[in-house]
Design a protein. Sequence first.
Length: 503
Amino acid sequence: MSTAAQDQPAAPEEITADVVVIGGGPVGENLAQYAIEGTDLTAVIVERELMGGECSYYACMPSKALLRPIDVAHTAAHLDGLTTPRIEPAGLLARRDAWVSGYDDAGQVSWAEGAGIRVVRGHAVLTGERELRVGPGEGPAADADAVAVRARRRVVIATGSVPRIPEAFTGLEPWTSRDATGVVEVPASLAIVGGGVVAVEAATWMAALGSEVTVIVRGEGPLGAEEPFAGVHVREALEAAGVTVLTGTTVASARRERAEATGLGRVHGGEVTLELSGRGTAGEARTLTAAEVLVATGRRPRLDDVGLDALGLTPHDVTSGGLPSWLAAVGDASGEAPLTHWGKYRARVLGAAIRAEALREQDQPDGVDGSDGEEPVPEAVPVPQVVFTDPQVARVGLTERAAREAGHEVVTAQVPFTGAAGTALLRDDAAGTAQIVVDAATRTLLGATLVGPEAGELIHAATVAIVGRVPVAVLRHAVPSYPAASEIWLRLLEELPREYRVR
């Protein structure tokens, strides 16, 4: 072999599949599974970190693993006849570690391979139509170890999202949600910037672990996107747990000495000093010092490093639906509701559509009736969400304000969460509120919000009613068991005007 030939870089390995998914979280897994199941189609998932994604290791699973024992302890504390359990921090963190499999994704990889999905490790960058490169690092991934991957049918971006970090915290190594769920060193004091789901859930478990927590909320209260009563209940519960909640407050500036990336869930350097302003400081500047700061000010789709520019595309093209037919985005990366269950639903729908299209092209009917297996999608598919604070906040569909802003004439019904015997039995002094929003024209449910113990287990009834467009007069005949918590639905329906309850 000549010296010139030896100097030529080796051609990259080439992989071809019908469907290529960038991102191996639950959304990407669902997409690939539904796209190829029961066919001879092939799928590749490219993942640069852990198969299973943010939800499995840094969000849904670890946060709920931490919150459930706290919820049980709080319930026991509010039931006569029981001795209140004591939170054991070491045991709580060990439970978290078990649920994230020690940050080992072998089980997730095994599942994917068992489903016929090939897993390729590395950072994926789009290089052309249905083409991408996968390398060990970020950037163009054009090194000798890169793998060329091509999709026959579709490339799907399922890269999830990343935290939004305000400029004031640049260079300070603040905690993000990953550090909060992966906590190893419990800071003596913790300032949480933000009033959304991450902020209030993290405040709940960090206070239970013994940290002195202050939540800094820019708006009138936490959970500002929910019904106003939800934020009131959650704030009262946090304050009862020893959390300080500052509303109408912003961080004007921040500083920290010895900022250092010490590792997941460890204190990242010296004390953090925040200069606060706003109504929550009585109009005067205020200084807050904490051992650590958690920035929970929202997330944005992770689209900056997937090579969109090589195709003449921008992140806005992704989130606005301006993609070529061979390229799609699902989950957080699409800009839709950043919720695992919503992303998985959208992935199942898209995956089924890809599969059905392939079967049509191959002239292979899917079912005994000769259909191609693609099911129609209902017009109204509401987004449900549960905030696992104490009390829980569960909502599906529109809030009253959102419904009116959308042009609906609405009627609402509201009752105390303990308005039914079953919900009252959950805790001896339970706090909470339940409300439904009904369209005055169709007399069907537009939305529901339940705040109270175990509220998350009750909200699916509203989801079914909205998707099925069930009139509230018909819902009245869905008889709840007594004295189960589901009886709260009867109480809500009885609060509607009589003409809504009869046909």
